[in-house]
Design a protein around this ligand. Structure first.
Ligand code: 6PG
Length: 252
């Protein structure tokens, strides 16, 4: 059964501390149960907020982490736009996750979005097919952000993105007309997000408060973030008070 928890903190720094505790606990529990911790990361502000406290933790079995990107921009890995580059600078450079456990896009395929998505899917299959019997990868933890238009990963609202939003077979799909630059990206579809054991959204700032009300209070699935409802997993929202100011769900 799916459960949802909403946590709000006065400052982003306090949020980072709580997030580090949450990730460290989950990592410890999962490693002792399954001897590995599969994580999906997003871009935007998430890597910085996540790493701020987490990179100082000494109680994490980093060599058991297996990391994928929930979405990635089709750029070289050393581009300022690359989610990998951001995560590397904020987190990977400071902790000891084995390089071979960090799965990046194949840079030689960035000119062909479909091929890049298929290749990334093959990487997912190589890791997950042996681990679980589900038709989709079951991540231990997916860490997501949300844009002011309600997008998450590279899942954008609107009819132009219906095919990606409704993808029901592929483990990785792609967009070539993202309204948030850069335009060409690969992304997990909602079905993959909803098979995870744990999904955590990290959303901060006043600019998100209107859309958070639509997503959390009104469950308005025209906003892709509202499509995230893990079938058998746990969803946690890590918010700051500026972002959560309008939330009816928190005032109950
Ligand atoms: O690659 C990307 O662009 C991200 O994965 C994207 O989905 C991001 O998480 C949101 O846009 C929120 O970004 P902010 O936290 O910076 O607002």
């Amino acid at each position: 059964m799916s459960t949802t928890e909403i946590c709000s903190y006065p400052t982003v720094q306090e949020l980072s501390k709580a997030l580090a505790d949450y990730v460290a606990n989950l990592s410890r529990e999962t490693v002792s149960a399954r001897n590995r911790f599969t994580v999906g990361l997003s871009g935007g502000s998430l890597p910085r907020i996540l790493a701020a406290e987490l990179k100082h933790r000494t109680d994490i079995d980093w060599d058991k982490w297996i990391v994928f990107f929930c979405d990635e921009r089709l750029t070289p890995l050393d581009s300022e736009d690359s989610n990998y580059k951001l995560a590397k600078e904020e987190l990977f450079d400071h902790v000891s996750i084995p390089e071979s456990n960090i799965y990046t896009i194949d840079e030689s395929l960035i000119a062909d979005a479909e091929e890049a998505a298929n290749d990334y899917q093959d990487k997912l299959i190589s890791v997950f097919a042996a681990m679980n019997t589900a038709k989709f990868p079951v991540f231990d933890l997916l860490l997501l952000g949300m844009g002011p238009d309600g997008h998450t990963c590279s899942l954008f609202p609107g009819d132009a993105y219906a095919e990606v939003l409704n993808e029901s077979l592929a483990w990785v799909t792609f967009v070539e007309n993202s309204p948030k630059p850069p335009p060409r990206r690969i992304t997990f579809p909602p079905t993959v997000l909803n098979h995870a054991h744990n999904v955590a959204f990290v959303v901060t700032g006043e600019g998100k408060k209107v859309v958070l009300n639509k997503v959390i209070d009104l469950h308005d699935t025209t906003y892709p973030a509202a499509m995230v409802k893990p079938i058998n997993g746990k969803l946690v929202w890590f918010l700051d008070d500026a972002a959560s100011a309008n939330l009816v769900a928190l005032k109950k």
